[in-house]
Design a protein around this ligand. Structure first.
Ligand code: NJP
Length: 246
């Protein structure tokens, strides 16, 4: 499938995987709708995409607020007339051991990683149904497959995203031609660890530092692959990890 003139909303487009995905999809003809809270970063990305001949708009928003998502959808439709896909990529990973009781960090992960995905689907689904098809891609994680130290809450949120994706797929793909994919990366070199405040976790992250991790572009390529299959093909899960990661 060609992405020419497909309109795709990408959350968490201001850095890492979302940014690389926006560049990849715009470079292949998609109209990309850049959603995040950091206006400067999104404007810089939009300018870069346009300088390379692509099409992008900035749509500021917080995924934890359904009304922000509705505004993003309206902005996308005003700019491009329709919506063909949603990439629910925004996420946080403030790892900590449960006994530290960093409950406000747990709340943030539930709000962004789970409720943010639900909000996106709730806002975009009516438009995809109008179009009689489309794609929803949710960025879950290797953390949906296995626990790692300090990841009890993070892993739980990403397991929720993976299982929600499977439910969505079964409900939407046969009935409406809306294909759904869960992307499950291992370690990728991004800013994701920047929200970690638990000093014990920070000390124990040396394994990651020694490993050759994935690059954001590797995940962007996986998302592009899922999006460019014929409509009859649903790529359910892409579990993609660094060769060196155990
Ligand atoms: O991380 P990072 P990644 N509303 O920190 C945005 C998953 N993953 O690219 O709002 C809207 O560079 C934030 O934007 P801003 C991971 O769980 C990663 O690695 O401007 N947006 C930024 O653009 C996550 O789901 C790895 O601050 C909000 C983006 O989220 C996805 O990959 C491994 C927001 C985070 O970019 C992308 O993360 C894995 C909000 N409330 C899964 N809060 C990995 N990197 O190793 C945050 O298995 N954002």
């Amino acid at each position: 499938m060609n992405l020419e003139n497909k309109t795709i909303i990408i959350t968490g487009a201001s850095s890492g995987i979302g940014e690389a995905t926006a560049e990849k999809l715009a470079g292949n003809g998609a109209n990309v709708v850049l959603m995040a809270r950091s206006e400067d970063k999104l404007e810089t990305l939009k300018n870069k995409i346009e300088a390379n001949g692509g099409k992008a708009i900035v749509a500021l928003g917080d995924v934890t607020k359904k009304e922000d998502f509705d505004n993003v959808v309206n902005k996308a439709v005003a700019a491009y007339g329709k919506i063909d896909g949603l990439i629910n990529n925004a996420g946080l990973m403030p790892l900590s051991y449960v006994e530290k009781l960093k409950t406000s960090e747990w709340d943030k992960m539930v709000d962004v990683n789970i409720k943010g995905v639900l909000n996106g689907v709730a806002s975009v689904l009516p438009k995809l149904k109008e179009n009689k098809g489309g794609d929803i891609i949710n960025v879950s994680s290797m953390a949906a497959h296995r626990y790692f130290p300090g990841g009890a809450v993070y892993c739980a949120t990403k397991s929720a995203v993976k299982m929600f994706s499977e439910g969505l797929r079964q409900e939407l793909a046969p009935k409406y031609g809306i294909n759904v994919t869960s992307i499950e990366p291992g370690a990728v070199a991004t800013n994701l660890t920047s929200t970690i405040t638990d000093e014990d976790i920070k000390e124990n992250m040396s394994d990651m530092k020694e490993m050759t991790t994935l690059e954001s572009e590797d995940i962007a390529n996986a998302i592009h692959y899922a999006l460019t299959q014929p409509a009859r093909v649903n790529i359910n899960d892409v579990y993609i990890v660094p060769s060196e990661q155990k």
